[in-house]
Structures are given as structure tokens and as C-alpha cells.
Design a protein around this ligand. Structure first.
Ligand SMILES: C[S@@+](CC[C@H](N)C(=O)[O-])C[C@H]1O[C@@H](n2cnc3c(N)ncnc32)[C@H](O)[C@@H]1O
Length: 226
């Protein structure tokens, strides 16, 4: 194979590689080859590009269990994905907005809502660059998406008396998925630290033999009137 044919072959066969090319006259010179993580949007759109609901259609057990504690009203589902939790809340009478970087995921969430005879609002948002509006939501949920700098924003976005539900994997999950990146795993009791200024109503660490995760339900205090 000539150098050029070989390059074309690798560009198409291994699209996750980024090739830095220098064009000198009519000659391609490969300067360096860098492994690059595909962008989140492309990666998640691809994962969700199947009829199957990869995270299922039913909500996480923690949300179902403590539904009765949540104040009814406006709910925000952060990194909604295919909508298993947000659609459940909509079916319980919440006015739900779901945000996610993947339109493919959100489209499946809207389909799930339709199936259940409810409506939800969805917005394609990159959480790494967005700012949540202050004092807006009665409930905010964020499951299996860990971006630590969102926690202060979540607190700010809750109305006084509003509640947050967060659930995601802990470091113990590496027992089952040794290559899961550590920075996306919670330390033991880490959620308690992030929400220490809220009233923690429920907190759990679970290890079911296949996954290890933490869940929290916390309420933003209402201002004290004198
Ligand atoms: C593991 S899934 C969890 C989905 C959903 N919360 C659930 O529990 O079923 C993580 C989600 O985060 C979304 N995501 C990843 N990076 C994002 C970003 N920068 N901004 C917004 N959403 C993002 C993905 O599209 C994906 O839907």
C-alpha cells in the first residue's frame, strides 16, 4: 500500500483518530497522530441511535421511592438522555424540562412521553458551557452525569423549598468496571459535601454486586421570616 492509500484507509477505518496534516505543494505529510475522544454529542447521539432504550424506560428506584416528598411544580432533568426519569415525573403531574447534549436522546425522551400520554419540553444544551437560571425549579434531577461545577448552579437554580435528586456511580464501581474514569466517580459521602447547605432528606450508598452508586435527596431551605 502506498503512503497515501494507507493514510486514506486509516482516516476512514479509524475515524476516532485525528490526523494532523501538513500540505506541502501537492504532497501530504503526516506530522503527528493524536488519539482524540470523540465529542460528547457525537458519542451520545451514536449510542442512542438504536430503537432500544439503553437505560430502560423506568425511573431509578430512588426517585420512585421518594416521589411523595417532592414539591409539585416545575422540574428540570439535567442530562435527561432518553427520558426515563423526566417522563416519569411528567406522568406524576410535574411540568418537566429535559436538557441534554444529545438530540437523539431527547427525541427518544419525547417519544417515551408520547407513549405515556404526557408532554415534556426538551432543549439541546451543552452543560459545560451553560448557566442554569436562578430560583426557577421546584425539583432538579441529575442522574448518571457527573460534572461537579454544576452542583452550585443546581442549588442556585432551585426555588427556596425546592429539592434536588442526584444519583451516580461511586469509586466502588471500579470493582465492576475497572476502566471507568475515576474523575467521573463520586468519592464516598462526596454528595453530602456538595449539598451541605441544603437539608439532606435521604442519602444512600448502594452496591448491588453489579454497580455501586450514591443517591441523595436534599431540599433548599426557605428563608426564615422573623
Ligand atoms: C449516562 S447518560 C444518563 C442519562 C439519564 N440521566 C439517565 O440516567 O438515564 C449521560 C447523559 O449525559 C449527556 N451528556 C454528556 N455530556 C453532556 C454535556 N456536555 N452537556 C449535556 N449533556 C451531556 C449524554 O448525552 C447522556 O444523555
Amino acid at each position: 500500500m502506498s503512503a497515501l492509500t494507507s493514510l486514506i484507509h486509516r482516516l476512514f477505518v479509524r475515524p476516532s483518530m485525528v490526523f494532523r496534516l501538513l500540505i506541502v505543494g501537492s504532497t501530504f505529510m503526516m506530522v503527528s497522530v493524536v488519539e482524540a475522544a470523540p465529542k460528547d454529542k457525537e458519542r451520545w447521539d451514536r449510542k442512542y441511535g438504536t430503537e432500544e432504550y439503553i437505560f430502560g424506560k423506568t425511573p431509578i428506584a430512588f426517585l420512585k421511592k421518594y416521589l411523595h416528598l417532592l414539591p409539585k411544580g416545575k422540574a428540570l432533568d439535567i442530562a435527561m438522555g432518553e427520558g426515563r426519569n423526566g417522563v416519569f415525573l411528567a406522568a406524576q403531574g410535574f411540568q418537566v424540562t429535559g436538557i441534554d447534549i444529545s438530540e437523539t436522546g431527547l427525541s427518544k425522551a419525547r417519544t417515551l412521553a408520547k407513549e405515556q400520554g404526557v408532554s415534556i419540553e426538551t432543549q439541546v444544551v451543552d452543560l459545560e458551557t451553560t448557566e442554569l437560571p436562578a430560583n426557577t425549579y421546584d425539583v432538579i434531577i441529575c442522574t448518571y452525569y457527573l460534572q461537579r461545577n454544576l452542583f452550585p448552579q443546581i442549588i442556585n437554580a432551585l426555588k427556596p423549598g425546592g429539592m434536588v435528586v442526584v444519583e451516580t456511580y461511586t469509586v466502588d464501581h471500579q470493582k465492576y468496571r475497572p476502566r471507568f474514569p475515576r474523575q467521573f466517580l463520586l468519592e464516598p459521602n462526596e454528595l453530602l459535601h456538595h449539598f451541605k447547605d441544603l437539608t439532606v432528606l435521604q442519602y444512600q450508598l448502594q452496591d448491588d454486586g453489579q454497580t455501586a452508586y450514591a443517591s441523595i435527596l436534599a431540599a433548599k431551605p426557605k428563608p426564615v421570616r422573623h
